[in-house]
Design a protein. Structure first.
Length: 612
């Protein structure tokens, strides 16, 4: 871009008129609206629908003779971006997009800012090629690419330097707890700030032979940062143990604790678990944002038909409703949403948890404490003498707890709880394995909902794709799916999703209501009859079917659906699904794609089939 072009004052209205993108009447009306509202002319033009934001930026870039770049879809290299420190990037609204032999390509929201251009040229000391980027996109991408990894490494180095000068005694660490200037405290604060910014659910602190690894679990996957210096880990773990009220002298046994911190105005409840390893104590921090409102039932993402059935189950006056799935599948979120839905002035709710994860008003929440003998069974027996209407049990871990919960469910209480099982049908198998009587299960359990979390395709970089040969083979072995009928999407990877192609997660559900036929099979202990009766229900949709349905709608990828549902104990039954099966998603989008495919598949293959 020439100096003359940068010096020339740009009047947006005249520019758009010159390029015949708006009319004089539209400009006159927009100027009048601008005078009334005080908004920028570009915002007024887009609000009135005269021109799009994209067109405005393209026109401006054309006038300045520079490219307009949609920074959201660029795959930025962290080392290149950090050629310009974050403080200067935010000050000048600029981002280094590319580095090559000819110089640096720098994206700016205002390329006509001469002062910013001169400062950038002086600091970067290389020839600059400018590009125009949207200001909102620029600031959003900065939050992603300028994560606090450099700050974490810098403070960790400072902690290491301090430790090399002399050993820091534990008393001094405790005395400095309130000092924001202590390097180890600033390291902890920076780690938490980065985790909260990335919406991480867990932070793993893992010392190795010569380095410290800090890993964050974002959308179910771990992202790693390596810090030089093992001695940093010892100081970091010691301070976190002090904050958690743990025994800092005990390094041979695992310990559990918790504390609360305020990060960026948010109240974060931190659950701490330590474990001794070869190179020192590892620590896992589970982050629970107490300032975030709990999801309502409508916000869980359940299909409309399934949500109506689930709501009817939890609104019964008695019986047991179980939520199942592996660790990290969102069971707690579903349970708390159900409790929030039932939390009324005329309903007494008592929860028995280990630990209490979210604090609910009007709900009596009890924390289990194994050290003093306050286990689930003991608390539950006491709870039933407190005249509750609803009892939530964090997890049924042993036969005694199961027996008490089942009896509570048939004596006028609604019992909500969880089990770690692979699906809804295997939950009955698990209860029987734990020693529960079949007649008690049949009489008390009203419904079981199994769930999984799948990563969402990043909307910023999503593009159509085709199923691979292995994915087609997998689909061919499942009922109601056909590769050529699917409209699949995949994320190419961008700055918004940390080049992963995924951003956020969505839940899939499998709901099994216990009717008379199922109850009779459970009472007899006939697991084959139970399995056949469950698959024969017209409203039964398995986790695999639900996951593939999301993939066909482009919400997740087929690879993610396969990865999350692989290993399930129950497989789709070709003979158990007929042409009358209808996806619960169909309520919101007309006839389901899978329903259509099923009808054709059933017609082609007949009524026979074996379980795969």
């Amino acid at each position: 871009m020439s100096t003359e072009a940068r010096k020339r004052r740009i009047r947006l209205g005249e520019l758009l008129l010159e390029q015949r993108l708006i009319t004089e009447e539209q400009l006159k009306k927009a100027l009048g609206e601008q005078k009334r509202t005080g908004l920028k002319l570009g915002r007024v033009l887009t609000d009135l629908g005269f021109v799009s934001d994209q067109v405005i930026h393209e026109a401006l870039a054309k006038h300045l003779q520079i490219p307009f770049v949609d920074v959201r879809h660029m795959q930025l290299t962290p080392a290149t971006v950090r050629l310009l420190p974050e403080v200067h990037a935010r000050r000048f609204r600029a981002l280094v997009l590319k580095s090559d032999t000819q110089g640096l390509t720098v994206g700016m929201s205002d390329p006509t800012d001469l002062l910013a251009y001169d400062e950038l040229a002086a600091r970067l000391k290389r020839p600059l090629k400018l590009a125009l980027v949207r200001d909102a996109d620029l600031m959003k991408v900065m939050d992603v690419v300028y994560r606090r990894t450099d700050e974490i490494a810098s403070i960790a180095h400072e902690v290491g330097e301090e430790l090399r000068e002399g050993d820091i005694d534990l008393a001094r660490l405790a005395a400095d707890e309130g000092s924001p200037d202590a390097p180890v405290i600033r390291l902890i604060q920076t780690i938490f700030q980065d985790a909260v910014q990335m919406h991480a659910s867990d932070v793993h602190i893992e010392p190795a032979e010569s380095v410290l690894r800090v890993r964050q679990r974002v959308d179910g996957n771990l992202q790693e940062q390596v810090i030089d210096g093992r001695r940093v880990a010892s100081a970091l773990v010691t301070r976190l143990k002090l904050m958690s009220g743990l025994d800092i002298a005990e390094k041979r046994l695992p310990q559990d604790g918790r504390f609360s911190v305020k990060i960026n105005g948010k109240s974060i409840d931190v659950r701490v678990a330590t474990m001794p390893t070869q190179y020192g104590e590892t620590m896992v921090l589970r982050l629970l944002d107490q300032s975030t409102n709990l999801l309502s039932l409508d916000d869980l993402g359940m299909p409309e038909a399934l949500l109506a059935r689930f709501r009817a189950l939890i609104e019964r006056s008695a019986g047991m409703v179980l939520v199942t799935g592996p660790t990290g599948s969102g069971k707690t979120t579903t349970l708390y949403s159900a409790v929030s839905h039932l939390n009324r002035t005329d309903t007494k709710i008592i929860t028995v948890e280990d630990p209490v994860e979210y604090r609910l008003d009007r709900v009596n929440q009890v924390q289990v404490n194994q050290k003093i003998g306050l286990d689930f069974a003991r608390v539950l027996r006491t709870t039933l003498r407190q005249d509750p209407d609803v009892v939530l049990i964090g997890e049924m871990r042993d036969r005694e707890t199961v027996d008490i919960a089942l009896r509570a469910a048939i004596t006028g209480h609604l019992v909500l709880s969880t089990l770690h099982t692979m699906g809804a049908i295997p939950t009955i198998h698990r209860l029987l394995d734990m020693g529960a009587a079949g007649y008690m299960i049949a009489a008390s359990v009203q419904g079981i909902i199994a769930q999984r979390l799948l990563r969402r395709v990043c909307e910023s970089c999503a593009r159509p794709t085709e199923a691979s040969d292995s994915e087609r083979a997998w689909l061919a072995a499942r009922p109601g799916t056909r590769a050529r009928a699917l409209e699949l999407r995949i994320g190419a990877g961008c700055t918004y999703c940390n080049l992963s192609g995924y951003r956020g997660r969505v839940a899939v559900y499998e709901l099994l209501e216990i009717d008379r036929t199922l109850a009779e099979a459970i009472r007899r202990g006939d697991l084959r009859a139970l399995d056949e009766a469950a698959h024969a229900r017209p409203d039964y949709v398995s986790l695999t079917q639900s996951a593939v349905e999301l993939a066909t709608r482009g919400i997740t990828t087929l690879a993610e659906a396969i990865a999350v549902t692989s290993g399930l104990e129950e497989e789709e039954d070709l003979s158990g699904v007929t042409a009358s099966w209808r996806s619960p998603f169909a309520a919101s989008r007309g006839d389901s794609l899978l329903a259509d495919v099923l009808s054709e598949s059933a017609a082609a293959s007949g009524s026979g089939g074996e379980r795969t």
